[in-house]
Design a protein. Structure first.
Length: 76
């Protein structure tokens, strides 16, 4: 099974994934990253205006980027 790495960014803070997860496909990795960005977004937004998860493959090549952002707009 392929291994995928999930590097997390919250604003300027980064948390690289050195262990990764063995998953059966890129689609499974996308699902895992989606759950991660949603969970982290609840905890870290609005302190960090953006939460990002970058998914890399076994060769550390970027395969996906998922972002959760919070934008506040005030009229006038």
């Amino acid at each position: 099974m392929p291994r995928f790495y999930f590097d997390v960014w919250a604003g300027a803070e980064s948390m690289p994934d050195s262990e990764g997860l063995e998953l059966d496909s890129l689609k499974s990795a996308e699902h895992e990253a989606t759950q991660t960005v949603l969970t982290l977004g609840r905890d870290w937004l609005p302190r960090a205006q953006e939460v990002r998860v970058e998914v890399r493959d076994e060769q550390y090549q970027l395969q996906l980027t998922l972002r959760a952002m919070l934008t506040v707009e005030r009229p006038g």
